[in-house]
Design a binder for this molecule. Structure first.
Ligand SMILES: NC(=O)c1ccc[n+]([C@@H]2O[C@H](COP(=O)([O-])OP(=O)(O)OC[C@H]3O[C@@H](n4cnc5c(N)ncnc54)[C@H](OP(=O)(O)O)[C@@H]3O)[C@@H](O)[C@H]2O)c1
Length: 320
């Protein structure tokens, strides 16, 4: 048996309970991992609350298909199935699956064909776990555009998990970045490389006179309609949310044909590519995850309560 954070129904953080459940047994292509760290992130929140509603197509129509929460992890391989060739007992690995990995638990199993890799160098389990989810989505923003060094990019929500990763990746590609965040996070975003900061409490970024090649709204608080005027001709708008009336996927199709300012909607399907890319950046010292609060597995409900507020700074880590 093992300890895990479980939820038998969709709902708020109140439905999360800590229970003893069956310890998983690895299949032939799988490794058994002793989880040491995981994050409580916005993907976990979407799976807990089943919001937006279409999430239920993925997570279970009436009730959750996977009762243990968690989509990412860092930990040690305890045992490997007979067909596993890439990992062995004792390896330190980290991984991600936005369909759910049941990682808020002492143990999990994962196929070596999934998005999983060895943790580089001396990175701690906490740092490794905090490096994946936000950076995966951020990388999939950047993949959608033809970004050239020196181009101007505005990142709204630069203090969040996706935003703080996007900011660092954009600097890696040589972009000139304007970061939008709360004034209290100005120091943080400058330390991550922001060239200019807009405090969203004091200034509406959509009213600025500057023009950008790309606007990345990593917290989905704006719309294409409002951001159009700050985009250069040929500029691209990407949001992490569907937008009002799920407009962003439709605008992606519409602006492909009409107008000279485009909307793109990222479908981040290639998780392994993201994990390997992040691993390389960590190895080369070009990326560091921002960690906000840390909780114990027993406090998973508390951690969800905090993350669901939508005001974390970077990543919230669970120690298992
Ligand atoms: N459906 C899914 O599976 C899924 C998965 C991942 C992400 N997402 C979406 O992607 C978005 C970002 O995810 P995330 O993990 O990066 O979020 P996050 O870490 O929870 O973002 C929180 C950060 O956003 C900032 N923020 C809040 N309101 C803001 C505003 N009006 N303008 C600028 N910044 C603001 C907060 O700063 P303050 O402290 O100033 O409030 C905080 O630092 C979320 O909307 C999430 O729903 C969806």
């Amino acid at each position: 048996m093992m300890k895990a954070a479980v939820h038998y129904q969709y709902g708020s953080s109140d439905v999360i309970k800590i229970r003893e459940v069956e310890k998983p047994v690895p299949g032939k292509d799988e490794v058994l991992v002793r989880v040491r760290s995981a994050t409580v992130n916005r993907t976990d929140c979407a799976m807990l609350t089943a919001k937006p509603f279409f999430m239920r197509l993925q997570t279970g129509l009436i009730k959750p298909g996977k009762i243990i929460s968690g989509t990412d992890f860092a930990g040690g391989v305890e045992a490997a199935g007979e067909n596993v060739s890439m990992f062995k007992a004792g390896d330190r690995i980290f991984g991600f699956d936005d369909n759910g990995l049941s990682s808020h638990a002492e143990y999990l199993t994962i196929s070596e064909k999934n998005a999983v890799a060895k943790i580089p160098g001396e990175f701690s389990f906490e740092e490794a776990a905090a490096s994946i989810e936000g950076a995966h989505y951020a990388y999939n923003f950047l993949n959608k555009v033809d970004l050239k060094s020196g181009q101007k990019v505005l990142v709204n929500g630069a203090s969040g998990a996706i935003g703080s990763a996007a900011l660092q990746l954009l600097k890696y590609y040589g972009a000139d970045v304007t970061a939008v965040c709360d004034g209290k996070n100005t120091g943080l975003v400058i330390s991550l490389g922001a060239d200019k900061v807009i405090d969203y409490e004091k200034e509406n970024f959509t009213h600025t006179d500057e023009k950008f090649d790309f606007v990345f709204d990593t917290v989905g608080k704006s719309t294409f309609g409002k951001c159009k005027r700050i985009l250069k001709s040929g500029g691209v708008y990407i949001s992490s949310e569907l937008g009002p009336y799920a407009q962003n996927p439709f605008l992606t199709l519409f602006t492909k044909v009409f107008g000279n300012k485009k909307v793109k909607f990222p479908l981040p399907l290639n998780r392994l590519r993201s994990v390997l890319f992040i691993r390389k950046l960590l190895e080369d010292g070009l990326f560091r995850p921002v960690i906000d609060r840390k909780y114990d597995l027993d406090e998973t409900g508390e951690a969800f309560r905090y993350v669901l507020k939508g005001q974390k700074t970077g990543n919230v880590v669970l120690s298992v």
